[in-house]
Design a protein around this ligand. Structure first.
Ligand code: NAD
Ligand code: UDP
Length: 311
């Protein structure tokens, strides 16, 4: 693929990850079209690009077909927070499945390379730890997380079937919990919840006993992984991208309280159904094939994210 200026479509581009990706793509001199229905994204996340002639904003729902002449497509459109994807679960399935079909159909027609933002949720509540890409997962197909997990699994299936049957040029990344500036204060995910609660002096809501683990990746590291996967020709994926540093949710709560100097107390609330007990990426494939490793540890990432929420 040429290193020169490309025409790139980013679906879900007004969201948390999409807007950071667009920053990097425009910085590199590409033309970017952002497609979003603003369900969990905000125009404000990309407003600083509105006067850039290489940037275009399209309000559209990805479940309806669309046409645009591009060289690359990044498919990120899908609510990512459990609170939001469970709000209208049938719509979440449609967004993943119809969205994948529409992106793949377009990629096939215009011969674009197409990238799927998949997720560590395809591993469900994993009984293999850490999770390598070869692990096939432990997902409850009828649980409250299934609309997201199974939607993303079908999307991966579609990507590989279009690749095998139609020669569509795909890249698939499995993203592990990522955090940073531009998460919504009411996003519902754990890092933003804890920081906002700590800064407001409200109770920190730990679900269950807090012994469940997650591995938190700072957004700039993740986007670097996206770009490396998209702009190489050796592998199509799926590739895990995430930070293998593993923390219990209780440790995260204590760290946020300490770093914000908050007087908030930790309280416990019921653990939601099917909440995975442990999660940590095996990133050896990304290290070997993409030369990628995360550079920002939890302490530094939290410092930057707390500074963002303080303003
Ligand atoms: P986000 O909710 O901030 O962004 C999703 C964006 O997609 C929003 O702008 C939203 O308005 C848009 N969108 C949702 N449904 C749409 C539809 N039907 N049509 C058009 N646009 C629609 O979440 P994010 O964290 O930026 O996640 C981006 C992608 O990465 C998602 O596909 C998500 O599943 C995936 N992912 C994220 C994480 C993470 O930790 N952030 C982890 C795993 C996977
Ligand atoms: N969590 C929590 N308090 C909150 C929000 C989340 O204890 O206010 C827990 C949640 O139960 C899960 C972990 O933090 O065990 C990560 O949750 P998040 O929604 O961020 O992501 P996911 O579960 O999809 O990894």
């Amino acid at each position: 693929m040429s290193e020169s200026s490309l025409r790139i479509l980013v679906t879900g581009g007004a969201g948390f990850l999409g807007s950071h990706l667009i920053d990097r793509l425009l910085d590199a001199g590409h033309e970017v079209t952002c497609l979003d229905n603003y369900f969990t994204g905000r125009k404000a996340n990309v407003a600083h690009h509105l006067s850039n002639p290489r940037f275009e904003l399209m309000r559209h729902d990805i479940i309806d077909p669309f046409k645009v002449e591009v060289d690359q497509i990044y498919n990120l459109a899908c609510p990512a927070s459990p609170v939001h994807y469970q709000h209208n679960p049938i719509k979440t399935v449609k967004t993943s499945v119809m969205g994948a079909i529409n992106c793949l159909g377009l990629a096939k027609r215009v011969r674009a390379r197409v990238f799927q933002a998949s997720t560590s949720e395809v591993y469900g509540d994993p009984d293999v730890h850490p999770q390598p890409e070869s692990y096939r997962g432990n997902v409850n197909p009828i649980g409250i997380r299934a609309c997201y997990d199974e939607g993303k699994r079908v999307a991966e299936t579609l990507f590989f079937d279009y690749h095998r049957e139609n020669g569509v040029d795909i890249r698939v990344v499995r993203i592990f919990n990522t955090y940073g500036p531009r998460m919504l204060p009411n996003d519902g995910r754990v890092v933003s919840n804890f920081i906002v609660q700590a800064l407001r002096g409200e109770d920190i809501t730990v679900y269950g006993d807090g012994s469940q683990t997650r591995s938190f990746c700072y957004v700039s590291d993740l986007i670097e992984g996206f770009l490396r996967l998209m702009n190489q020709d050796k592998i199509v994926g799926p590739v895990n991208i995430g930070n293998p540093g593993e923390f219990t949710i209780l440790q995260l709560a204590e760290k946020v309280i300490q770093m914000t100097g908050s007087s908030s107390r930790i309280i416990h609330q019921p653990l939601p159904a099917d909440d995975p007990l442990q999660r940590k990426p095996d990133i050896s494939l990304a290290q070997k094939e993409l030369g990628w490793s995360p550079e920002i540890d939890l302490e530094e990432g939290l410092r930057r994210t707390i500074a963002y929420f303080q303003t």
